[in-house]
Write a protein that binds this ligand. Structure first.
Ligand code: NAD
Ligand code: MG
Length: 397
């Protein structure tokens, strides 16, 4: 029996995780669930999964949750950042699903890393923000990182077993690997005329052709900054060079990513576009668990196609690739600028193509090379958010 904390339990990844966990009551026990503000959903999850702890974002949402739960379960309800870190690092916990969205996930995810847990990493922004520091902390504590993001989970599955034990520090060349091929669908605006991009609404951006996800990552998929963040995520998880990492558009989302070996072999992981597959893989690793995902039917797929991402359509992808090799300050700043820009887009304060403009402008204004501690990273994050907000203020005038 392994005990799990789910950070971001009310989200798309969090709920899919609990769906898989509930299929294996003999293997997993829920230790803690956390959520920011969705009290009603959290109450339902607590009644179903009986966690020992439930952590909310504020005192008021914690009080509301307590009231809703009454005496129906013995779950202890708490709130705030300190409580998030505590349920991530608690002695009774074996596995932490890191599924908070955005930079807010960094501190609790690092708490799980520092406590040497098995960390199932969905919160890519945490790794994008902290890169080498995140990997160093895992090295020091012996925490095991298993990628949940479907592309990274696919690559992980296609690696030799010996390399799977060396997340963050492997030498791809020593394992006979030439390239990692990150696939992406190209998002909902893949085929529209370029001049129509600026008119796209949040509703259209969140209507992904293949995957059902939270709103922030859906917008990131439309700009392909999501692929950019994943590029940076892959750079750290698999310790690769610029030459070893490539992005390919694959509209059908059947292949979730590939590993190209020096002998010409390419290994791909395929499946339905359903996050319960990588989640179940990360929960069960190295065993396989039933996930509830239906079988891929090759006779229904028809064809698999591939193409290069166009730079005019996806300026955010290029920004992320450049930031990746510019240094830690750049990816931390890009991630922060993007969070502010996406939020403004979702609130209809700026247009779709402004997201890239905000990111570009912030990357040009925030340049500092000190990015080697949590404090300096959080300072860069803050500075970039301020610069992005200033851009938005000027835009509004
Ligand atoms: P979501 O918006 O559906 O859920 C986010 C969760 O984080 C919620 O439980 C919310 O309560 C919590 N949260 C939000 N802000 C918070 C804050 N300030 N403090 C504490 N908790 C907070 O997001 P999602 O789509 O489930 O994505 C979660 C993470 O997984 C993201 O980093 C995303 O990039 C990654 N991811 C998601 C998918 C997917 O299919 N949804 C796939 C790959 C990776
Ligand atoms: Mg992904």
């Amino acid at each position: 029996m392994r005990r799990i904390t789910v950070l971001g339990a009310t989200g798309s990844i969090g709920q899919n995780t609990l769906d898989v966990v509930a299929r294996h009551p003999e293997d997993f026990e829920v230790f803690a669930l956390t959520a920011h503000s969705q009290v009603q959903v959290m109450a339902e999850l607590c009644l179903k999964h009986h966690p020992q702890y439930a952590v909310m974002g504020s005192q008021s949402s914690a009080s509301e949750l307590k009231e809703l739960l009454g005496t129906q379960v013995s779950t202890q309800v708490t709130y705030g950042e300190k409580a998030l870190a505590e349920v991530s690092a608690a002695g009774d916990v074996n596995i932490v699903m890191a599924a908070i969205v955005g930079a807010a996930g960094l501190v609790p995810t690092l708490a799980a890393i520092d406590a040497g847990k098995d960390v199932l990493l969905a919160n890519k922004e945490a790794l994008v923000m902290s890169g080498q520091l995140f990997i160093d902390h895992a090295q020091r504590s012996g925490a095991r990182i298993i990628p949940v993001d479907s592309e990274h989970n696919a690559i992980f599955q296609c690696l030799p077993q010996a390399a799977q034990q060396l997340v963050g520090t492997m030498s791809l060349a020593e394992h006979g690997i030439q390239h990692l091929l990150l696939t992406g669908s190209g998002g909902p605006f893949r085929d529209i005329p370029l001049e129509e991009l600026s008119k796209q609404t949040p509703g259209a951006a969140c209507n992904h052709p293949n995957w059902s996800m939270g709103r922030k990552i859906s917008v990131d998929s439309a700009t392909m900054l999501n692929k950019g963040l994943e590029y940076i995520e892959a750079r750290w998880l698999f310790n690769c060079s610029r030459e070893q990492l490539k992005v390919v558009i694959h509209p059908q989302s059947v292949i979730h990513s590939m590993v190209q070996y020096t002998d010409g072999s390419v290994l791909a992981q395929m499946g339905e576009p359903d996050m319960r597959t990588p989640i179940a893989h990360s929960l069960g690793y190295p065993e396989r668990l039933e996930s509830g995902v239906s079988n891929l039917d090759f006779t229904q797929i028809g064809q698999l196609t591939f193409k290069q991402p166009e730079s005019a359509r996806y300026p955010c992808l290029q920004l992320a690739i450049e930031a990746c090799w510019a240094g830690q300050w750049a990816t931390t700043a890009l991630n922060a600028a993007n969070e502010i820009a996406v939020d403004a887009f979702l609130q209809e304060q700026v247009g779709f193509t402004d997201i890239a403009k905000v990111c570009d402008s912030v990357l040009q204004s925030v340049t500092t090379h000190e990015a080697d501690s949590i404090e300096t990273l959080l300072a860069i994050d803050k500075k970039a958010r301020l610069a992005a907000k200033q851009w938005l203020q000027e835009y509004a005038q």
